[in-house]
Design a protein around this ligand. Sequence first.
Ligand SMILES: Cc1cc2nc3c(=O)[nH]c(=O)nc-3n(C[C@H](O)[C@H](O)[C@H](O)COP(=O)(O)O)c2cc1C
Length: 252
Amino acid sequence: MARYEVERSFLKSNFNQFKNIKTDKMKGVPQPIGVKPYDPNLRIISLPTINEDVLKKQGIYECIKDRRSNRLYSEESITLEELSYLLWATQCITGTNKAGMTFRTVPCSGATHSFETYLFIMKVDGLEKGIYRYLPIEHMLIFMGALEDIDKRLDAITLDQPFVPHFAKKAAVTFAWSTTPYRSEWKYDVSAHKKILIDVGHVCQNLYLAGESVDVGVCAIGIYDQEAVDNLFQLDGEEEFIIYLAAVGKKK
Ligand SMILES: Cc1cc2nc3c(=O)[nH]c(=O)nc-3n(C[C@H](O)[C@H](O)[C@H](O)COP(=O)(O)O)c2cc1C
């Protein structure tokens, strides 16, 4: 069908077209900052240092073999150590180079890392229910606010789920990754958008495998209300918006 063909072109490499474009980087436009700034007066929460003791399964083979999307969660909380590990596995900065580029626990086209991690925290030991943002350099959290009806808000945001209705509201924590596309557009211009989608897949796959290694269930969420979730996290919906979510909870 014609409308499929139009959309399919997005999936293809447009490297030849890109070769004829002068990107903002080539024009000498300064590189955008790679990590969103934050107000240090907000409540900042330290996360436990990553420690292998948190692992229940050491072997990558077992984690890959056993990984499944898990949508049935127990009432049990996850620990702060487990949350710290999952955040580290998905977005923590583990190196920089002389040019100031960051390297993280996930690969990313041109190391442009366009993502920020927001969290709906419902059942994490020692943390108040509410919304949070992850600081990948400091490996800390910012408390963005308490939300008493957080499960209802998340349920509304995750719309009608086809497999297990309303599963996200029973999660212990739900990750919501935003993208700031210009971090990649600056370098890749019209080629950036396909790359951003591939990049975020790597992030969620690390969450799946890290979750499996601590016996925590994970389910990716691509069905969500764009405007509602952007509003909740105070994102403008243009320069930064949510691109993907994933629910996490102790397996039932
Ligand atoms: C991009 C993407 C979006 C997804 N969105 C949802 C979703 O909104 N709701 C849901 O229940 N599962 C969602 N899933 C999970 C898939 O349904 C699941 O991966 C698929 O059924 C295969 O099952 P498995 O992950 O257990 O192997 C999504 C997975 C991916 C990769």
